[in-house]
Write a protein that binds this ligand. Structure first.
Ligand SMILES: CC(C)(COP(=O)(O)OP(=O)(O)OC[C@H]1O[C@@H](n2cnc3c(N)ncnc32)[C@H](O)[C@@H]1OP(=O)(O)O)[C@@H](O)C(=O)NCCC(=O)NCCS
Length: 157
C-alpha cells in the first residue's frame, strides 16, 4: 500500500477526528468513548493537533491513518493510532510505527484495551511486551487495559 507520511496540519482536524471515531466504533464497541463525537472533534482541533506530534498517512491525497506520539520523563508514548477501518491489515500501521521508531527515543509505551485483540497482535508482532494489566478504573472508559513497552525494535517485523 503506497502511503506517504506527513505532519498533520489544522486542516486535518475533521478527518483525524473521524478516524478516531470510526476506529472506535468499528473495533472497540465494548469501550465507547466517554465523550460525545462533537466534543472529541473540538479536542482534536483545539488540543491534539496544536500540541504537535500528529503524523498522518495519505494515499492519493486522502488521509487514511493518524498517529500521535509524545515524550514525557524520558519515555516516548503512542497516545493515538488509528487506521481507516476499510484499510486495516495493509501495512499502514507498520509504516507509522516505523516512522515513530526512527524519530523517537526508546522505550516506547502505549496503553490499549485488553479486549483489543487486533491491536495487541499488531504491537506484539512488532516486539512490544505487556508490562502491566489494569482493571481499567484509571481510564475514562473504565475498561481493562494493558500497558505495552518496546525497548528495542524487532528488525524482522
Ligand atoms: C492496530 C492498527 C493500528 C494496526 O495497523 P494496520 O495498518 O492494520 O496494521 P498492519 O497492516 O501494518 O499490520 C497488520 C497486523 O495488524 C494487526 N491487526 C490489527 N487489527 C487488524 C485487522 N482488523 N485486520 C488485520 N490485521 C489487523 C495484525 O497483527 C496484523 O498482522 P497479522 O494478521 O499478521 O497478525 C490498526 O488495525 C487500527 O487502527 N486498528 C483500530 C484502532 C486501534 O485498535 N488502534 C490502536 C489503539 S492503541
Amino acid at each position: 500500500m503506497n502511503a506517504t507520511l506527513r505532519p498533520a496540519t489544522a486542516a486535518d482536524a475533521q478527518r483525524v477526528a473521524s478516524l478516531l471515531i470510526d476506529t472506535r466504533s468499528a473495533f472497540m464497541p465494548y469501550a465507547p468513548s466517554a465523550h460525545p463525537d462533537e466534543e472529541l472533534r473540538e479536542w482534536v482541533a483545539g488540543q491534539l493537533l496544536p500540541s504537535g506530534g500528529v503524523i498522518v498517512a495519505e494515499i492519493k491525497g486522502a488521509v487514511v491513518a493518524a498517529m500521535h506520539t509524545e515524550q514525557a520523563e524520558g519515555i516516548s508514548w503512542f497516545t493515538q493510532m488509528a487506521v481507516d477501518p476499510a484499510l486495516v491489515g495493509k501495512g499502514i500501521g507498520s509504516l507509522l510505527l516505523a516512522h515513530a521508531l526512527r524519530t523517537l527515543p526508546l522505550p516506547l509505551r502505549l496503553y490499549t484495551f485488553q479486549a483489543n485483540a487486533g491491536a495487541r497482535r499488531f504491537y506484539e508482532r512488532h516486539g512490544f511486551c505487556a508490562i502491566k494489566f489494569t482493571d481499567g478504573q484509571a481510564n475514562e472508559e473504565r475498561c481493562p487495559d494493558v500497558l505495552y513497552e518496546l525497548h528495542a525494535p524487532r528488525t524482522e517485523a
